[in-house]
Design a protein. Structure first.
Ligand SMILES: [Zn+2]
Ligand SMILES: [Zn+2]
Length: 169
């Protein structure tokens, strides 16, 4: 009986060390997951919404400070609300994720792609979208580097194409 004790005891230690390794692996996996989450949950520094990476915009202020914005529309509203404070706005090409200056982007306004809203836009019986109240991210503004890409997006998602510099600043 006593002779078996050390062996059981060693077995117990092996079991404990396996459990420790499993716990470590879980902790590493969890840390990776949390890091991933915090990347995905980047917040708009203007309106605090989660930023959808495909429509992220970057405001550069006169002071050189940069603000991450959830979409070109939110960035433009910031510029309207803080007249003279914004030096430039960079947006992402929806197709490639490439950064480009807003004034060089082809923009699709008012399509059914509304990444900043939690719910799809409400529609009335005729299919027109209803805007029940002001939303700083609406009508949605999706940026493209190429006119052809903006036209293809328009055919699928509706809206209006605004040429470069046509964002109504
Ligand atoms: Zn925003
Ligand atoms: Zn937005």
């Amino acid at each position: 009986m006593a002779a078996h004790l050390p062996s059981r005891s060693r077995g117990g230690r092996r079991g404990a060390s396996v459990r420790a390794r499993v716990a470590l692996a879980l902790a590493v996996a969890l840390a990776g997951l949390l890091a991933g989450c915090s990347l995905r949950a980047e917040r708009c520094e203007v309106c605090e919404r989660d930023i959808h990476p495909q429509v992220r915009a970057t405001l550069t202020l006169g002071s050189g400070r940069q603000l991450a914005a959830c979409c070109p529309r939110c960035a433009l509203h910031y510029g309207q609300e803080n007249s003279g404070a914004v030096r430039s706005i960079a947006v992402k090409d929806y197709a490639s994720g490439e950064l480009l200056p807003l004034e060089r982007a082809w923009l699709v306004e008012g399509s059914d792609v509304t990444p900043c809203l939690h719910l799809p836009p409400l529609r009335d019986d005729s299919g027109a979208s209803l805007h029940l109240c002001y939303d700083r991210c609406m009508p949605s503004l999706i940026a493209f580097r190429d006119e052809a890409a903006s036209r293809a997006f328009l055919a699928e998602h509706g809206g209006t194409v605004l040429g470069p510099g046509g964002a109504g600043r």
